[in-house]
Design a binder for this molecule. Structure first.
Ligand code: UD1
Length: 340
């Protein structure tokens, strides 16, 4: 494995993964169309890694343009496929847009990979495929029943890839991410949502004075303090899980491997806000609101399989996750929008 093509490499998880790939000695080819990202992280990640990437601005639905990338780049050893839409609420309102982007775009990519004999792929799946799990921590063999169009696209993609790896002898790793948070230690690369849907970017913006308060979506769950519990994972640890997956594919011939990527430890909304207060020294106002439709009480990973088979485990704890998120937020109050 030498040359890795990364779709969505300008995005939050993609950009962190490209840095880790470069640090591990891989050549990186990025395909991104800036649907939900900007070019700035590409400059920054190359500077941080001290190495350059090859970049192509291409939408995955554009088969001819994608084909031209594979022709131009020559031998690609594996693909890491991040590019997708990811807002749950939006997916409920615009299901066709989600199916078209996340499914049709991926199918086009897989067709082009098959044509060029590229048979290794790491796919960004999500703990969202488990829906409301019967028990936590969740193991990979728990039932898959996603509850919204975004989650359905992830579950469908998993099925498509299992069938594809079986038919064409591909090697596939499906990584089911729990809740990615935090930023690169430099504070130069991070999550850049204009309007955050997820908890931690929202808390960051309240701490920074951009928003007035955090609404806690329900405090009557059957959890440690009544607020929702999640398994937050440092984005750099998550990025490293992709490098481990590429190493695994280099040794493993074919078939689909599925791994949960989380720390195994859950924190409540209240615990997250309190830790953020301590780290930032800022007041963070909270208001308890109703439950968000579709939310579950608790979701944590059993990541034993990734520990044993990928040789991966999380190295950062909550403190480091929040310190890095706050460093990124403080250094880039408007995300990448202020970048020259
Ligand atoms: C969400 C998505 C999930 C996706 C994941 C990606 C939903 C229902 N689920 O997971 O499909 O894979 O993001 O990162 O959107 N919370 C508040 N106030 C807020 C925001 C969140 O109290 O302003 C609470 C939520 O109720 C939850 C926890 O914080 O208990 C985490 O929420 P969030 O960051 O949105 O992640 P998930 O809902 O777990």
């Amino acid at each position: 494995m030498k040359k890795i093509l990364v779709t969505g490499g300008a995005g939050y998880i993609g950009s962190h993964t490209c840095i880790e790939l470069l640090a591990s000695g891989y050549e990186v080819v990025i395909v991104d169309d800036f649907t939900n990202s900007v070019a700035e992280p590409l400059q920054r990640l190359q500077k941080l890694a001290g190495k350059s990437v090859s970049f192509h601005e291409v939408n995955l639905l554009d088969e001819a343009a994608l084909d031209a990338v594979f022709v131009k780049e020559g031998q690609i050893d594996a693909v890491i496929h991040f590019a997708a839409l990811k807002a749950v609420g939006e997916s409920v309102e615009k299901p066709l847009m989600y199916y078209k982007n996340n499914i049709s775009g991926s199918l086009t990519l897989f067709d082009v990979m098959q044509k060029h004999g590229v048979k290794n792929l790491v796919f960004s799946s999500s703990a969202t495929v488990y829906g409301d799990p019967e028990e936590t921590p969740i193991k990979e063999d728990a039932a898959v029943h996603a509850t919204n169009p975004y989650g359905h696209t992830k579950a469908m993609m998993e099925q498509i890839l299992m069938d594809t790896s079986h038919a064409f002898d591909w090697g596939v790793v499906l990584l089911r991410y729990f809740n990615p948070v935090g930023a690169h230690e430099s504070g130069e690369i991070g999550e850049d949502p204009e309007y955050p849907n997820n908890l931690l970017p929202f808390v960051s913006q309240v701490a920074a004075g951009i928003r007035e308060h955090v609404t806690i979506f329900g405090d009557d769950y059957d959890t440690v303090d009544g607020t929702g519990v999640r398994d937050y994972i440092h984005v750099v640890d998550l990025a490293r899980a992709h490098v481990k997956s590429i190493e695994k594919l280099a040794k493993h011939d074919k078939g689909t491997l599925i791994y949960n990527i989380g720390t195994g430890t859950g924190y409540s909304v209240q615990q997250m806000v309190e830790t953020f207060r301590q780290v930032s020294g800022k007041e963070i106002k909270t208001v308890v609101g109703p439950r968000r439709p579709g939310d579950i009480a608790e979701c944590t990973a059993d990541a034993t399989l990734a520990n044993n088979e990928l040789g991966w485990s999380a190295s950062y704890g909550l403190q480091e996750m929040i310190e890095s998120a706050w460093k990124w937020q403080s250094q880039n109050p408007n995300g990448y929008r202020d970048a020259k």
